[in-house]
Write a protein that binds this ligand. Structure first.
Ligand SMILES: NC(=O)c1ccc[n+]([C@@H]2O[C@H](COP(=O)([O-])OP(=O)(O)OC[C@H]3O[C@@H](n4cnc5c(N)ncnc54)[C@H](O)[C@@H]3O)[C@@H](O)[C@H]2O)c1
Length: 274
């Protein structure tokens, strides 16, 4: 979508750090912004940070509720017309803990918000974008969605799901003129990362300071998202320092592609998409 001037951008988790960064960056391009968050007060705080000439409104939305999404769509369209860009960005973390310590309720909650929430957004706005032959969907995954590590199993599973869903959807919607991008943030300043940091560095101010120093400011992620929408890029990587971990994991997977398990196995049906 080459020109974002006057376009309407709907951002979930819009009261959070990265959602707020996206709002600022799209506003820099002259877009109109809808900030939706389960905590309406957070969304209002982020809206108040935007320059006064930006057209913005906020609404409460729990991304787990398809009915809530429908009400949000009706309100957004009444205010700004059709939504051109959807940023499915709301998400929660389980924090650093072994999978055995993640309760069934916590597991269900992280999947409901991080995965079903994204699906709900796509179901709400995707068909109208496809019918118009224009639109863009940005889904927030994580570096944990490319390279999982111990103590983040449930969260990583949810973020892998976001990537899989986005890749397949990109193929489905390309012929209809709708773009799909996946954002893979590394450590970025936000309420979530500050809370997680508090847990790992409790009583260790030096560790805290070291991790704090590596946090990226969310506005830069927002600007990377804007460029990806303008250029219809599939993947948005903001923290290249994670590259080696991702490469090593891919190498391990590729190394497992040896001979077929069944000696006389032959097929021409294998998916070969690059
Ligand atoms: N900050 C990081 O280092 C980092 C790294 C990788 C990925 N991410 C991802 O970035 C996204 C944004 O997170 P953030 O870091 O800005 O954290 P954040 O906590 O500042 O923002 C998340 C926002 O989502 C909202 N939210 C939570 N549950 C919701 C629900 N059910 N419905 C609607 N809104 C809900 C919260 O109220 C909050 O405002 C998340 O998907 C997160 O997983 C963050």
């Amino acid at each position: 979508m080459k020109n974002l001037q006057g376009k309407t951008v709907f951002i979930t988790g819009g009261g959070g750090g990265i959602g707020g960064g996206m709002a600022q960056a799209f506003a820099e391009r002259g877009a109109r912004i809808v900030l939706a968050d389960i905590d309406h007060g957070f969304a209002q705080e982020e809206a108040a940070k935007l320059p006064s000439d930006v057209e913005v409104f906020t609404l409460p939305l729990d991304v787990r509720s398809l009915e809530g999404w429908e009400a949000a769509r009706v309100e957004a369209e009444a205010r700004f017309g059709a939504v051109d860009v959807l940023c499915n960005n709301a998400g929660i973390s389980t924090g650093f803990k072994p999978l055995f310590d993640v309760s069934p309720e916590e597991f269900e909650r992280v999947m409901a918000i991080n995965v079903t929430g994204v699906y709900n957004g796509i179901q709400t706005f995707g068909p109208a974008m496809a019918a118009r032959g224009e639109g863009h969907i940005v889904n927030t995954s994580s570096m944990n969605g490319l390279s999982p590590f111990a103590s983040f199993a449930a969260y990583s599973a949810s973020k892998f799901a976001v990537l899989a869903l986005s890749d397949a959807l990109r193929d489905e919607l390309a012929p209809q003129g709708v773009g799909v991008s996946t954002l893979f943030p590394g450590l970025t300043r936000s309420r979530m990362s500050e809370a997680d940091l508090g847990k790992v560095s409790a009583g260790d101010p030096a560790r805290r300071a070291a991790i704090e120093a590596n946090m990226m400011e969310a506005i830069w992620l927002g600007r990377a998202v804007v460029r990806a929408v303008e250029n219809d890029e599939p993947y948005i990587v903001t923290h290249p320092d994670y590259r080696e971990g991702v490469r090593a994991r891919q190498e391990r997977i590729l190394a497992a592609f040896g001979e077929p398990a069944q000696p006389d196995y032959r097929t021409g049906l294998t998916a070969t998409k690059g």
